[in-house]
Design a protein around this ligand. Structure first.
Ligand SMILES: *Cc1c(COP(=O)(O)O)cnc(C)c1O
Length: 397
């Protein structure tokens, strides 16, 4: 795995992207996290405990499944990595358990984060309950009203949900609020970022915790078929589930990698969240990446039917992988996503998250255009959180 070892460099750069642009008060705390992570990734105790958790608590390895009905429908071979069967219903727990274990080994007692749709908040609250830690989740008041079931889950899991009522009352303000709170208690707490974004070392750390999916999937796919897939695909919001599954195949030059981002309602700024397709180099939340921005260079408003994908930035490693050409990026619309959401449910008996339906929508489209090809798609999470919204607005398919 030479690639995983070589990138990022010591300062957290993937080519021109990444880095850590922090207020001076936070610099020592991020340096402490980085040193602890570097030490613990070589500690047998740490790695054994993580392995134990993955097997006995999360239920890993999750299966790779041959989607035989959809494969017959499109005329190509589609396989799903079933992260919907990971405990708590999505891939996010893979890095939350890693971050919480790191916090425990650093002697921290509390986990702090922001959440948009509530998925990261739920995964982190789950990890906090497991480790007997406090958990403080900052969430915009608008999101609290929209995502009631996830707020309930976080509270049942014992988290303190802090409503954020200034500015747009949404994700961006929740980030500011969480950082502010972290600043006042950084000796006792750790800030747990929810994707391969944010200042170094988080993009590297979250990718490495998520790489378990790709390493498992490569072995499972080989065992099932005797060869490697022609193509591997995943949806890209911040980019953690994609980098996690790509990590298993990135050194296999014959395997083509495809990230799928949301085209939303169209190509106009504000209608989509297709950062890789339309973004320009910029800065958000303490790191450099491709960014959807307005004329003044500020992060632009974004849209996707999948609330886990509507982020104007993207992980620095994806920004680099696009420039280097190792990964191809494609955009899939809300309508194509909904169509796939219904088809996957009806034909395979799996209700996917709307985020995951983006990747599978692309796999189905590409499979139709390339008969006989083999595609492994990351099914990043289950769709329970989306069924009320989908059926109220679009019916039962
Ligand atoms: C949060 C989320 C995503 C998007 O996040 P990435 O960091 O891009 O993986 C995708 N799928 C599901 C199910 C999610 O909850």
């Amino acid at each position: 795995m030479s690639y995983l070892k070589d990138l990022p460099n010591k300062e957290g750069y993937f080519g021109e992207f990444g880095g850590a642009f922090l207020p001076p008060e936070l610099e020592p705390h991020f340096a402490e996290i980085e040193q602890a992570y570097r030490r613990l990734m070589r500690s047998a105790d740490f790695l054994n405990e993580l392995r134990y958790i993955r097997k006995h608590y999360q239920g890993r390895p999750t299966p790779v499944y041959y989607a035989h009905n959809l494969s017959a429908d499109v005329g190509a071979h589609l396989y799903f990595k079933r992260e919907d069967l990971n405990h708590s219903g999505a891939h996010k727990l893979n890095h939350c358990m890693g971050e919480a274990l790191l916090a425990k080994h650093m002697g921290k007692k509390k986990l702090i984060a922001e959440t948009g749709a509530g998925q990261h908040g739920v995964a982190l609250a789950t990890a906090a309950a497991y480790f007997g830690m406090e958990c403080e989740i900052h969430m915009g008041e608008i999101d609290i009203a929209k995502e009631a079931p996830n707020v309930t889950r976080m509270k049942l899991l014992g988290a303190n949900v802090v409503p954020v009522g200034f500015g747009g009352c949404s994700l961006k303000e929740a980030v500011d609020s969480a950082f502010q709170s972290y600043l006042s208690q950084a000796d006792e707490a750790i800030f747990a970022i929810g994707s391969v974004v944010g200042p170094h070392p988080f993009p590297q750390m979250v990718r490495n915790f998520q790489s378990v999916m790709g390493l498992e999937a490569r072995e499972q796919y080989l065992e099932m078929t005797g060869e490697l897939p022609d193509h591997v695909t995943a949806c890209v919001g911040g980019g953690s589930n994609a980098l996690g599954i790509f990590a298993g195949f990135i050194d296999d030059d014959d395997v083509q990698l495809h990230g799928v981002e949301p085209l939303g309602k169209g190509t106009e700024l504000g209608q989509h969240s297709a950062t890789m397709t339309f973004g320009k180099p910029g800065m958000i939340h303490g790191f450099k990446c491709l960014l959807l921005s307005d004329e003044e260079g500020n992060p632009a408003p974004v849209h996707s039917i999948a609330s886990g994908l509507d982020y104007p930035g993207v992980g620095p490693e994806h920004s680099y992988l696009k420039t280097s050409g190792r990964v191809n990026y494609h955009a899939i619309s809300d309508d194509e996503t909904l169509d796939a959401f219904y088809k996957i449910s009806r034909r395979e008996g799996i209700i996917p998250a709307l985020e995951s339906a983006h990747a599978i929508a692309w796999a189905m489209k590409f499979g139709r255009e390339n008969p006989g090809t083999t595609i492994l798609a990351n099914l990043s999470g289950r769709g329970n959180k989306d069924i009320d919204y989908v059926t109220e607005h679009f019916g039962h398919g």
